[in-house]
Ligand binder design. Structure first.
Ligand code: SAM
Length: 271
């Protein structure tokens, strides 16, 4: 067995060791054998091995240069390509070499939310399975009005169905992280709530609105759309949102309607 360097905290390294959990993560991807899987952070290759059993090929993106030669040795005869680098600076489709790919990863927890946002960029995976902190998984699936509901919930749910497949105790990792984890499956909606050309505006609006999560929408829209009271109220009326509502209570469809109203009625000087 190859000698591995010690787990590196700065790269969020917690290696999965429980074979039943590894098999269940790979199963959650529902692979048929014809897929290209992009894996985020293969580490020592624990999950990679299970993915390789079920996929046509795996492209793994790893930032830790010291792990890369070990991975190459371990999987010398397997259809594995390794991309050395930072996943946040790597186009997933370009790494896959195709727009038709699925995504998997026991992701580094210090950048879970940026990774989930990164994976929403087009061209995006046909579906994805992530092992993340349980608290982040709960934020992704949270309903409007709940404590956990935020920009991450709205942005993912506008494009995809998200579900927690199962929970993973800290003891399944070496070294054990401080928090519990959960396997999250994200499956794009056939009819997303927003169109491709609306995504950027929608994402920026939602991020900005949750910067004021407890303020009333009349005030929020005035600020983020640089609008007068009258214009803010007319935009909210067009989106069927009460001026007294707060961002944390708006549904994904209401955010989409508001984004559309702002885009389609540009600000006029003095309005
Ligand atoms: N998949 C392995 C497992 O299940 O045992 C390792 C999981 S460990 C939680 C996260 C992995 O992501 C580590 O191998 C780490 O080096 C890698 N990583 C950390 N930051 C990264 C980044 N920005 N881009 C790519 N890989 C990264």
């Amino acid at each position: 067995m190859a000698e591995y360097p010690q787990a590196r905290k700065r790269y969020g390294q917690h290696f999965l060791t429980d074979p039943r959990i590894l098999a269940r993560i790979a199963d959650a991807l529902q692979l048929t054998g014809s897929e290209t899987v992009v894996e985020i952070g293969p580490g020592r290759g624990a999950l990679t091995e299970y993915l390789l059993r079920k996929a046509k090929r795996v492209v793994a993106i790893e930032i830790d240069r010291d792990l890369v030669p070990k991975l190459r040795d371990r999987f010398a005869d397997a259809p594995l390509e390794i991309v050395e680098g930072d996943v946040l600076e790597t186009s997933l489709a370009a790494a896959a070499g195709t727009d038709d790919f699925v995504l998997a990863g026991n992701v580094p927890y210090y950048i879970t939310t940026p990774i989930l946002f990164h994976a929403l960029q087009r061209p995006r995976a046909a579906h994805a399975v992530y092992l993340v902190q349980r608290e982040v998984a709960e934020r992704v699936i949270a309903a409007a009005g709940s404590e956990e509901y935020g920009a991450l919930s709205v942005n993912v749910q506008a494009l995809a169905r998200a579900e927690i497949v199962f929970r993973v105790p800290a003891g399944a990792f070496t070294p054990a992280p401080k928090v519990e984890s959960a396997v999250l499956r994200v499956t794009p909606l056939e009819h997303p709530v927003i169109e491709p050309d609306e995504e950027l505006h929608f994402r920026n609006l939602v991020q900005s609105a949750f910067g004021f999560r407890r303020k009333q929408m009349r005030r929020v829209v005035r600020t983020i759309a640089s609008a007068t009271v009258e214009r803010a109220e007319s935009l909210l009326a067009a989106a069927a949102i009460e001026p007294e509502a707060r961002p944390e209570t708006l549904t994904v469809a209401q955010f989409a309607a508001l984004s559309r109203a702002i885009r389609l009625t540009p600000n006029q000087p003095g309005t």
